[in-house]
Design a protein around this ligand. Structure first.
Ligand code: ADP
Length: 366
């Protein structure tokens, strides 16, 4: 009988509860014991009440709940070795040797590092007499599996992260609301959406709402974009459009890596086109609320797969990240996916935008 724990870490996203529910229930269904680590890595480092055994009914109704019911946190201690030593001790004391982490690239990097250090951590715990050789003997390896929970859809090697479609739906709903008031007054709205280094939410919400112009980090607009944007908007207005929607990703930049801010875009529209323009920053509305059907399905199927990956893991296997590839649930090497994701940020920093788009698996013609 294995003891398998699940935790959520980093930014919350709708669907994380579905993932926890699926992990808990499939662990139990396969005859093992399920645990939840509360408050992300904080719970792993502190232990005690933050590590709880879960029963089947403990996760009842969780599919339709937003946020993460087991809490999440950013934990500085886990970034340092003493924090990970404390975490290893807590897992051994609870008998847990399988860990499923649902979070973004930071959380998954931490999880893989923890696995790599595992043997050394246990040796150190014995040397310092925190644990006895008998206590650590059954814990040869730590199996981990990553689930990607992020509204940004910013992880390479997977088509969708848990939460991205819920956030997209929320943005579309908000833009629909704004559309009505915008058309009534013939106004322009500059709408800022989340996504950090990733333009997925901006592009997809722009496509889904028929936005006039979109700014994303991976593909900055050409020099002199102000003229191009204004020409495009004027053309749309001449065709009878009574409102203007421009979507700005929070990480939007120009080709010199200077931020393109919503306020600057508004100034351009006011000065050049004399449009009555407002800025709406959607903020945390994009994160909250319940998960859409897609995220409930994704988190459930991926949660089940994560448990299977842990139960069947061989010591030589690289840590898996549970992905979805062309509508199939797949396993990808976690380290490679995280590296590719970090590569996008690096490519943007070095102004290699073609490479950024390539790593996003999103090549398209100008
Ligand atoms: P996300 O998982 O959404 O990318 P963060 O980057 O904030 O969010 O990471 C969440 C937590 O994961 C951090 O607070 C920290 O505890 C842990 N973590 C992130 N990066 C590392 C790392 N390189 N080594 C160890 N732990 C890390």
């Amino acid at each position: 009988k294995r003891k398998i724990a699940v935790m959520t870490s980093g930014g919350d996203s709708p669907g994380m509860n579905g993932a926890v529910r699926a992990v808990v229930r499939s662990t139990i269904a396969l005859g093992h014991e399920a645990y939840c680590i509360y408050e992300g890595y904080e719970g792993l480092v502190k232990g005690g009440d933050l590590i709880k055994r879960m029963a089947w009914e403990d996760v009842r109704g969780w599919l339709s709940e937003g946020g993460t019911l087991i809490g999440t946190a950013r934990c500085a201690e886990f970034r340092e070795r003493p924090g990970r030593l404390a975490a290893a001790k807590n897992l051994v004391l609870n008998g847990i040797d399988g860990l499923i982490v649902c979070g973004g690239d930071g959380s998954l990097t931490g999880a893989d590092l923890f696995r790599q250090e595992w043997t050394g951590l246990l040796e150190e715990l014995v040397e310092t007499e925190e644990l006895t050789p008998d206590q650590v003997a059954p814990f040869k390896t730590l199996n981990i599996a990553g689930l990607v929970g992020s509204i940004d859809n910013d992880m390479s090697s997977t088509d969708a992260t848990i939460g991205a479609y819920s956030s997209l739906a929320r943005i579309c709903q908000a833009v629909d609301y704004i559309d009505m008031t915008a058309a009534s007054h013939q106004r322009a709205f500059v709408i800022e959406v989340m996504g950090r280094h990733c333009g997925w939410l901006a592009v997809m919400s722009g496509v889904s709402t028929g936005a006039d112009y979109i700014f994303i980090p991976e593909k900055p607009p050409p020099e002199g974009w102000e003229t191009q944007m204004c020409d495009t908007i004027s053309r749309h207005r001449k065709l009878g459009k009574r409102k203007t929607i421009v979507i700005v990703a929070e990480g939007a930049i120009d080709r010199n890596l200077n931020a393109i801010t919503s306020n600057y875009v508004m100034e351009v529209l006011v000065k050049r086109l004399k449009l009555d323009t407002r800025v709406t920053c959607l903020g945390h509305v994009q994160r909250g609320g319940t998960a859409v059907a897609y995220d409930r399905m994704l988190s459930t199927l991926q949660g089940v797969e994560a448990v299977k990956a842990i139960v069947k893991a061989k010591p030589e296997d690289p840590s898996p990240m549970i992905a979805i590839t062309e509508n199939k649930i797949t396993r990808k090497p976690l380290v490679e996916a995280v590296e590719m994701t970090k590569g996008v940020a690096r490519a943007i920093k070095s102004k290699d935008f073609a490479q950024a788009m390539h790593l996003r698996d999103a090549e398209f013609d100008e």
